[in-house]
Each structure stands twice: as structure tokens, then as C-alpha cells.
Design a protein around this ligand. Sequence first.
Ligand SMILES: Cc1cc2nc3c(=O)[nH]c(=O)nc-3n(C[C@H](O)[C@H](O)[C@H](O)COP(=O)(O)OP(=O)(O)OC[C@H]3O[C@@H](n4cnc5c(N)ncnc54)[C@H](O)[C@@H]3O)c2cc1C
Length: 415
Amino acid sequence: MKTVVVGGGVVGLTTAYELASAGCEVIVLEAAKCGAAASHGNAAKIAIAESNPVPAPGVLLQGIKWMLKPDSPLSIRPSLAPGYLRFLLRMALHCNARDFETGLDLHLRLGADANELFDDYQRSGMDFEMHSRGVLLAFETGERFDEHCESLAVFESAGHIAEHLHGDAVQAAEPALSDRLKHGLFFPGDRQVEPDSLNGALLAKLDELGATVREGVSVNRFVRSGDTVTAVVTDDAEVLPTEAVVVAAGVPTGELLAQLGQKLPIYSGKGYSVDYSPPPVELRTSLTLEDARVAATPLNGMLRLAGTMEFGSRDDRVNEVRVEGIRRAAREAFHSWGEPEGEREAWAGSRPMTPDGLPVIGGLDIACNVYVNSGHSMLGLTLAPGSARLLTDIMLDREPSLGPELLARVSPNRF
Ligand SMILES: Cc1cc2nc3c(=O)[nH]c(=O)nc-3n(C[C@H](O)[C@H](O)[C@H](O)COP(=O)(O)OP(=O)(O)OC[C@H]3O[C@@H](n4cnc5c(N)ncnc54)[C@H](O)[C@@H]3O)c2cc1C
């Protein structure tokens, strides 16, 4: 089956890999450069321990309270973008304990094979940077720790057991942390994957499998015959005939599919990262400083700090005030942080967010050969291999790993 994949982020590239491995003729069309959007500077975590959906009890209320705090980790900016207010209102409806727990369970199922799939990638010859350092979620207060523990039963029922640490045990697990951090949950199974190296390895593999990858080619519209899309048309008016289309375009996915009459509310949740090479502190584990909501991930020869969720942004400009909030979290958490040298230019990227916090994986009811793989919000790197496998199963009529009820919960037709 000849398939055009729109978007060369980690989700588009893993999907292209699964389809090409299954014998499809694959063409990836990427508007800019593959792996250069949200899939570039993310926190590099295979974050099973952080599979919580964004809409959680109290989250939007907290965002509204922080509206006037320019360096807060969560920000809701006013915006006149069409549909944005509706998106927030819909998200507010999902900020309850029941939706949060069922969403978490669904994420854990989608990510259940993540480590095995990354191992399979390496076994197939893909060469990328991966570590198995686990993750320590570190807390300053007992209240935040207790709050977090409320969701642990869902993790435990999926087989992810956290070690509970208090007092000196936190510093014993991660000696770089100051005694400001008093509580911790250590999940030993979480991994770290440097995203650029993964995207590079996927591109090399796609080349080996005979797939075509074209960069600087933006899909502008679709040619339709009845309920079938027969071609995509690029910004340069090039018409590319195809038998199937997968839209994995990150935040613009919704806008692109609106042309087919498909409602898909995907909006940006902007985040920031800043790299240090050499690393100012040598970390034993990967960390999340839960009070500041900042991730610290040790990678080869460097340390990456990442954080912030900013709704309502329409670009990837770096807001220095928010980056300073991230730096301050590190200064306060690590006792030997000092004045680090080797700070690289800060980066911002737009996570594709949905109002229910769940990804969008599946085929459209209104166009029988158009499929979507997007909306992975904070978990795109973690869930990319599982989502790519799932969508390929759906497209090729193989038995999918999720049953019909769960497939309906990630379907693009649910909105
Ligand atoms: C600060 C930060 C930290 C994060 N940390 C983690 C983490 O530790 N672990 C994790 O799992 N996830 C993390 N994420 C989330 C993760 O990075 C994203 O979910 C993921 O990268 C989304 O991948 P994608 O392929 O869907 O989108 P993108 O990477 O945005 O790719 C979409 C691509 O589509 C292209 N495109 C758009 N429109 C068109 C068009 N019309 N024609 C052709 N091409 C088009 C774009 O140019 C782009 O390259 C983080 C995100 C941020 C911002």
C-alpha cells in the first residue's frame, strides 16, 4: 500500500518505520526538517512513571491562579485563536479523578511495550543513545508527595512499583540533591533516549528500507474522490497520488484535517529546555523536581533541564522569564550547581495537546483511507513506538493491542 506520512517528528518517523517494515511503500513529507519540532529538545524520558494525563483534578484552576506569575511552570495565556476557549472548557470537564485514572491506565497500556520496542529498534540495527537509569520523582513537601501517591495504585496494577524514599534516603538515591528535597518515588524501569539520535537512527533505517523522506515539503490540502483521498497537494502545488495518508503533523494536525471536515481539537502546550555541556552536576538517575515541575536528564556529556506547560501560545519563541524559572529550580535543588559554564541556547517546542489528554490514533470515519497519529502531549517520545505499532495494526487489519473500547477512546472520531 502506498502511504504518505505527513510530518517527520518522532511519531511520523516511527509510524513510517512500522509501515515500511510491514512492506508498505512509504513517503514521509516534512514541512521543515525531520525531528526538529517538538521531537528535538524534549526531556528525553521514556516517562512511564509520568504517564499521567495533563487534565488532572485542580490543574486548570492552578493554571488560572498562576496566570499573573510570569515564571510559573503552568500557564494559561489568553488567546483569540478559534476554538481555543472551547478547548480549555472541554479540558476543564476532564479534570476529574475518574477521567484522570482511566486516562492514566490507557497511557500505561499504550506504553506497556515501550522498552521492548526500543530494544527491538536497537536489535534491528538502529544506533541511538539510550540509558536505563530509572527516574526519581523528588518532592520538597509531604503534601505534594501524598498527593502524587494517590495515583500509585494505577501504576502498581500495571506492574510499575515505586520505591518510597524519605529524608536522607532521597540523597542516598541521588547524592547531587540538596536536603530541600525530602521525599522521593524511584521508578527503576524508566529509560532515557536522546531524541535527535533516535530520529537520526529512524531516518537511516527508513532509507535502508527504501522509504522516501522529503524535507521542506509542506502538505497543503487533499484531493478527494467520494470518501477516499486520492492525493495530497503540497504548498508548491505538487500533486502526490497515494492510497493512504497518515497525518502525524504535531500541533497543526487539527488545522490540516479541518479541510476534510474533521474536528480535531489539538492545541499547543509549549515547553522549554536548556542543555549544559559539560554537565554542572553528575546525576546518577534521571529526575523530576516535582514542586517546580522541572525534569533533569543526564545524557552523554550533558545535562538537560526541561519544563513548563504554556497554553495559548502560537509560536516557538523562547520566553527567557520561564527559562529562568527552570534554571532557578536546578540552583535550588542541586547543592553544587554554582554558576555553570557550558549553557547552550534555550529551546522551546510545542506539545500537541488534546482536551482529554489522550492521543489520537486511528482512521477517520469521513475518509476511509486517512489516518491520524498525533496528540501525544507530554508523552510523544514515550508512546511513539507503541502508537506507531497500533496504527499500523489498524491500517493493515492486524489484531490491535487495544480492545474496541480503548480504541474508541483514542479514535479521531471521538470529538
Ligand atoms: C519541553 C518538552 C519536554 C518533553 N519531554 C518529553 C519526554 O521526556 N518524554 C516524552 O515522551 N515526551 C516529551 N515531550 C513531548 C514530545 O516531545 C512530543 O509529544 C512529541 O515530540 C510529538 O511528536 P510529533 O511527531 O507528534 O510532533 P512534532 O515533533 O512536532 O512533529 C510534527 C512534524 O510535522 C511537521 N508538519 C506540520 N505540518 C505539516 C504539513 N502541513 N506538512 C508536512 N509536515 C508538517 C512539522 O514540521 C513537524 O516536524 C516533551 C515536549 C516538550 C516541549
